[in-house]
Design a protein. Structure first.
Ligand SMILES: NC(=O)c1ccc[n+]([C@@H]2O[C@H](COP(=O)([O-])OP(=O)(O)OC[C@H]3O[C@@H](n4cnc5c(N)ncnc54)[C@H](O)[C@@H]3O)[C@@H](O)[C@H]2O)c1
Ligand SMILES: [Fe+2]
Length: 365
């Protein structure tokens, strides 16, 4: 007998090629009359053009690094307050959307961003509505209440309702300019979200369905989007896969691969998607069961082993790092310890100990 469940998804989603040209209407729909736009550096010219066309946009902040720092959140929140903005849009990859989400959550109070990062202060009840506009096809941050920020080397995932966007504007055309390597990294992040949401200990029937579709879409379109960034159909399907990937893990949360991605990013500087992909095929083999077998077959594969092989092939095609020998100054004991200690590891369906993690990493030697 299936378990009872509670599922809710509060984000209004606008999807389609050219949707960005409806941003003015979407801001009005969200009740925004003075919207502050946080954007990726690469998109600064596009953001300035939008500001010239849409009177509701009152300012722009684009000083955002990959693995965004809490200092960027602080700066954006100060600007939002000083301009009297009533809403925040985040246009960029996960780094930009997560900065915008955090800034929108704290802009109504004068407390410093670090107090929230450290968990010393609860997020205020009053916050600004946030509109998420992804320009990579990967994180799914447009539909999650997650924000990943760093203070120096310390990278922290905060999961709080304060971060839930009010609306998501998903325009696949915004992803056409994403370079090959980022296309592959982010696409594998989307695949990891779908697979981990699906095999998570907290998986649920509705996210399960979205996960299965996201897996099918990634397997059918990621290589195409990587080969030709202007392949409209492949880019559209990858934007959809990333969105569904976000919805797949938003409630059940991710598991072993994401747990391992933190030490791999913090200590060995792998971009987020590459860090998740590093252990993804290994976890497919570890977590293989009848449910996963069915998912792989529904995606057109012969089973879980072919799923793992296909992931390895995508990593090879994309030139991603795949072996421990690719990591500089490897401290193997510490890597295993840190992966085991990450809270998301508890969400993996197969219990992982320091010993079993050692064994897993040895298959990647
Ligand atoms: N909040 C969530 O639910 C969630 C989920 C997964 C990952 N994350 C976090 O998101 C971050 C990673 O986000 P990401 O993978 O989207 O990468 P990113 O935002 O760091 O961007 C990667 C690179 O791509 C460039 N870029 C972005 N859009 C572009 C475009 N349209 N054309 C050309 N270049 C473009 C950026 O300038 C940057 O150099 C990490 O910090 C990760 O931990 C968050
Ligand atoms: Fe991720």
């Amino acid at each position: 007998m299936a378990n009872d469940f509670l599922y809710s998804q509060p984000v209004k989603i606008w999807f389609g090629e050219g949707k960005i040209r409806e941003l003015g209407e979407i801001l009005k729909d969200t009740g925004a009359s003075r919207c502050f736009l946080v954007c990726d550096r690469f998109l600064r010219p596009a953001a300035e053009k939008l500001m010239g066309e849409i009177p509701e946009i009152c300012g722009i902040f684009s000083d955002i690094e990959e693995n965004p720092q809490i200092s960027g959140v602080r700066e954006a929140a100060l600007l939002i307050r000083s301009l009297g903005a009533d809403s925040v849009a985040g246009m960029g990859g996960g780094s930009t959307m997560d900065t915008a989400k955090f800034a929108a959550a704290i802009a109504c109070e004068s407390e410093d961003a670090l107090a929230y990062f450290r968990g010393v202060r609860k997020f205020p009840a009053k916050r600004l509505p946030m509109i998420a506009i992804p320009t990579t096809a990967g994180t799914g941050s447009e539909v999650t209440q997650v924000s990943v920020t760093s203070c120096g080397k310390e990278k922290k995932t905060i999961n709080d309702p304060a971060f839930m966007p009010r609306a998501a504007l998903v325009d696949p055309e915004l992803t056409y300019s994403v370079p090959k390597r980022t296309t592959m990294n982010t696409g594998l992040d989307a695949l990891a979200h779908a697979l981990e949401g699906y095999w998570s200990r907290n998986h649920q029937p509705i996210p399960d369905l979205m996960a299965a579709e996201a897996v099918r879409l990634v397997l059918g379109n990621l290589e195409r989007a990587w080969r030709d960034g202007n392949d409209r159909e492949a880019r559209r399907n990858m934007s959809m896969a990333a969105l569904l990937g976000g919805l797949s893990f938003a409630v059940p949360k991710t598991a072993g691969c994401h747990a391992c991605s933190y030490p791999l990013s913090e200590d060995y500087h792998l971009p987020h998607g590459e860090a998740c992909a590093f252990t993804l095929s290994a976890f497919v083999r570890i977590n293989a069961d009848d449910r996963l077998e069915k998912l792989a077959r529904d995606a057109g594969l012969s089973g879980t082993e072919e799923l793992a092989e296909r992931i390895d092939e995508l990593k090879r095609i994309g030139g991603l790092r795949t072996r421990l020998s690719d990591l500089e100054d490897l401290d193997f004991d510490r890597l295993c310890r840190d992966c085991e200690a990450h809270p998301l590891m508890k969400n993996n369906p197969v219990e992982m100990t320091a010993g079993s993690l050692r064994k897993m990493f040895e298959t990647l030697a």
